[in-house]
Design a protein around this ligand. Structure first.
Ligand SMILES: [Zn+2]
Length: 315
C-alpha cells in the first residue's frame, strides 16, 4: 500500500483519532495494526512507505493493545477494548499474557499436564532452535515454532541467524535452549537499547557472521555431546531482508520525544519494531522504535510539528 492508503482510509471514515496496536510480520513484510473507535474498525496496513502525521492527544484515553493467544493452530491476536492500566495492556490481557509466557517458558519443567491445554497443543508441534546475532554483536539462543519461515527472527530484528536444530516439540526445544544457555552462558533475549545502538554504530557484517559462526560451532558441540533423542541438527543460514537496504546504512537517533507532541515521518523499512524513517524536508534517516506509540491516541489534523533538535548529545 502506498502512503496515501492510511490517509484515505481515515479520511473516508472521518476518523480523527486512531491507534497503532501492533507491528506484525508476514512474508518478510512489516504491517501495522490500526484501530479506530468511531466507527469501530481494525485493519492491517503495510508499514513500508507509510506516511504518518499525528499529534499525541493525552486527553483521550489510551487503548489496550490486546494479547496473543496460542493454540494448536499457532498464535493469533485478540483485540481488546478495555482501557489499559499503567502499561500498554488492560489488567486482563496482562494476566493472560503473563500466564501464557510463564506456561511457555516453564512448560518443560512443569510438564504437559500442568499447563493450559491450548498452550500444550501449541507446543506439541515441531520447533527449531536458532542462534541469532544483532548488529551490536549481541548473540542469543532462541526457539521458533514450525519448520520453515523466519518470522520470529524478523519480529525480533536479528541481523543474521543460524538454525541449529530441528526438535520434535516445544517442550524438548526449551530443555535444549536452557541447556545451551547454562553451558555457554548464552542469553535468551537481547535488550532493545542494544538493538538500537547496533544500528547507530553497526559492526561490520563480516565480523558479525564470523562471530555467529563461532557461537554456532559451540552450540552444535553441546547438542552433539548431549545426544538427546528428538533433535536433529540443522545448519541453515538466515539473513535479515533489510541487509543491503541503504536506509540502514547511516542512521540517526530520532531527536525528539515520540510519546508527546506532534510528529511526521515516512517509514521506509523496518527491522523488528524499529523503523528507518525520514521527515519531509530533511535528508537524515532516523531510527524510530514504534513500540512507545502502541495504544496511544494519535490525532490527525493540521498542527505545528515538534522541532527536531539535532544535537550530538542526544544521540
Ligand atoms: Zn486488554
Amino acid at each position: 500500500m502506498s502512503e496515501t492508503c492510511l490517509d484515505i482510509e481515515m479520511a473516508s471514515q472521518a476518523h480523527d483519532v486512531y491507534y497503532l496496536t501492533a507491528v506484525t510480520w508476514r512474508d518478510n513484510q512489516p504491517w501495522l495494526r490500526v484501530h479506530t473507535d468511531d466507527p469501530p474498525s481494525v485493519e492491517a496496513i503495510e508499514a513500508r512507505d507509510l506516511h504518518l502525521r499525528f499529534r499525541i492527544n493525552d486527553e483521550i484515553a489510551r487503548r489496550c493493545i490486546g494479547r496473543l493467544e496460542r493454540s494448536r493452530d499457532g498464535s493469533a491476536y485478540v483485540d481488546c477494548k478495555s482501557p489499559p492500566t499503567t502499561g500498554r495492556q488492560c489488567k486482563r490481557c496482562q494476566i493472560v499474557d503473563n500466564m501464557s509466557a510463564a506456561d511457555m517458558h516453564q512448560a518443560h519443567r512443569k510438564g504437559r499436564d500442568a499447563i493450559d491445554r491450548r498452550m500444550a497443543a501449541y507446543l506439541s508441534h515441531p520447533h527449531r532452535l536458532y542462534v541469532a546475532i544483532f548488529r551490536d554483536g549481541s548473540t542469543k539462543i532462541g526457539t521458533t515454532r514450525g519448520t520453515s519461515g523466519g518470522q520470529r527472527l524478523a519480529e525480533q530484528g536479528a541481523w543474521f541467524a543460524k538454525y541449529v536444530g530441528h526438535v520434535d516439540d516445544g517442550f524438548l526445544v526449551r530443555e535444549l535452549e536452557d541447556l545451551i544457555s547454562e553451558s555457554l552462558k548464552l542469553g535468551q533475549a537481547v535488550d532493545t537499547r542494544k538493538k538500537i545502538s547496533g544500528h547507530l554504530r553497526a559492526r561490520n557484517d563480516n565480523e558479525l557472521t564470523t562471530t555467529l559462526e563461532d557461537v554456532t560451532l559451540e552450540v552444535s558441540e553441546v547438542l552433539k555431546t548431549s545426544n538427546i533423542e528428538g533433535c536433529t541438527s540443522l545448519n541453515e543460514q538466515w539473513s535479515n531482508p533489510a541487509i543491503g537496504d541503504p536506509h540502514w546504512q547511516d542512521l540517526r537517533a530520532y531527536p525528539a520525544v515520540l510519546t508527546s507532541g506532534a510528529h511526521e515521518f515516512t517509514i521506509h523499512s523496518m527491522v523488528g519494531r524499529l523503523a528507518a524513517c525520514t521527515r519531509t524536508g530533511l535528508t537524515e534517516v532516523f531510527i524510530i522504535d514504534l513500540q512507545p506509540l502502541l495504544g496511544r491516541p494519535l490525532e490527525r489534523g493540521e498542527f505545528e510539528l515538534d522541532e527536531l533538535v539535532q544535537q550530538e548529545s542526544l544521540f
